[in-house]
Design a protein around this ligand. Structure first.
Ligand SMILES: Cc1cc2nc3c(=O)[nH]c(=O)nc-3n(C[C@H](O)[C@H](O)[C@H](O)COP(=O)(O)O)c2cc1C
Length: 267
């Protein structure tokens, strides 16, 4: 198995059922971010080795509790103990492998590619009273039906980020054809109640703004978050929905398009 300290913020475990090897793959990243990531999985021993906390491996494996995985893991720890690689705290010595091959596209190439991806437009709202907050996103996506979950990506520097995480809840309001004014108010007004001055806004039982004439409003409780590069993935469990028969709009090539004016591709 191999722990991967990615430069996107995520820590993953590759090949969790390969008990014949154990190492730590490190993407190129600033030293302070790297040391913080190492502290999440154990501690640094020297330039080339990390002492891994066994419970971290168990957690990241997603397989702890499975009898076959447990037997394999116990054998690996026993082997490492015999070789003198396990200290008194149960931390296992693992070699660092540096990932030098991390070729990615440029920011311009990324933007050009993403311009071709159409997406619905939603306003995410959170907070209550004077602390309400909102933002426009095109990253809302369906995740799972059972349990019902949606997710979206929020930039860590966005003015809603802190309120969203502190509140632990959000409403995803999917925009329709007649929401240009609502959208520009949320995009242009200062963060807070001023963003909701335009539009048919009501409040959820928790006080979050709900757009009453939205295509759909999904009231969600945050289940988990994951930092990925500049953004955080926010996953919400859907507690309540309101649907209308309004026609949605689509963001494509930096413009908003009416879906009702598009020809169906398949009759
Ligand atoms: C159509 C559209 C889609 C957007 N989608 C996202 C998104 O998915 N995630 C995100 O963080 N920002 C997205 N933005 C940018 C935010 O709406 C917002 O402009 C940005 O977070 C900075 O504004 P603020 O900090 O004043 O809210 C989108 C903007 C537009 C116009």
């Amino acid at each position: 198995m191999r722990i991967h300290l990615t430069n996107a913020g995520a820590i993953t475990l590759r090949d969790p059922a390969d008990f014949r090897r154990l190492d730590v793959l490190i993407d190129p990243q600033p030293q302070d971010r790297l040391e913080q990531a190492i502290a999440r999985i154990g501690r640094r021993e020297d330039e080339d080795h990390i002492r891994l906390a066994a419970p971290v491996l168990r957690f990241l494996s997603n397989q702890a509790g499975d009898p076959d995985w447990e037997a394999g893991f116990a054998n690996m720890v026993a082997y490492a103990t015999k070789a003198g690689w396990v200290d008194a705290d149960g931390h296992i010595r693992a070699h660092i492998t540096r990932n030098d091959a991390d070729d990615v596209v440029s920011l311009a190439e990324f933007k050009a590619a993403m311009r071709g991806l159409p997406g619905g437009i939603s306003i995410i709202t959170t907070g209550a009273g004077e602390s309400v907050a909102g933002m426009v996103v095109s990253s809302l996506t369906s995740i799972s039906a059972e349990p019902p979950m949606v997710g979206f990506f929020v930039h860590q520097t966005s003015s809603m980020h802190r309120v969203l995480l502190a509140n632990g809840r959000f409403v995803a309001n999917i925009l329709g054809e007649y929401h240009e004014g609502v959208m520009s108010s949320v995009l242009c007004a200062p963060q807070g109640p001023a963003r909701f001055a335009t539009g048919a806004w009501d409040v959820s039982p928790e006080g979050m703004p709900v757009l009453t004439d939205a295509v759909t409003s999904l009231e969600c409780e945050i289940l988990c978050t994951q930092t990925l590069g500049t953004h955080d993935l926010i996953v919400g469990k859907i507690r309540r929905t309101t649907c209308s028969d309004a026609s949605p709009v689509v963001h494509y090539k930096a413009a908003t398009h009416r879906l009702s004016q598009c020809e169906p591709a398949v009759a």
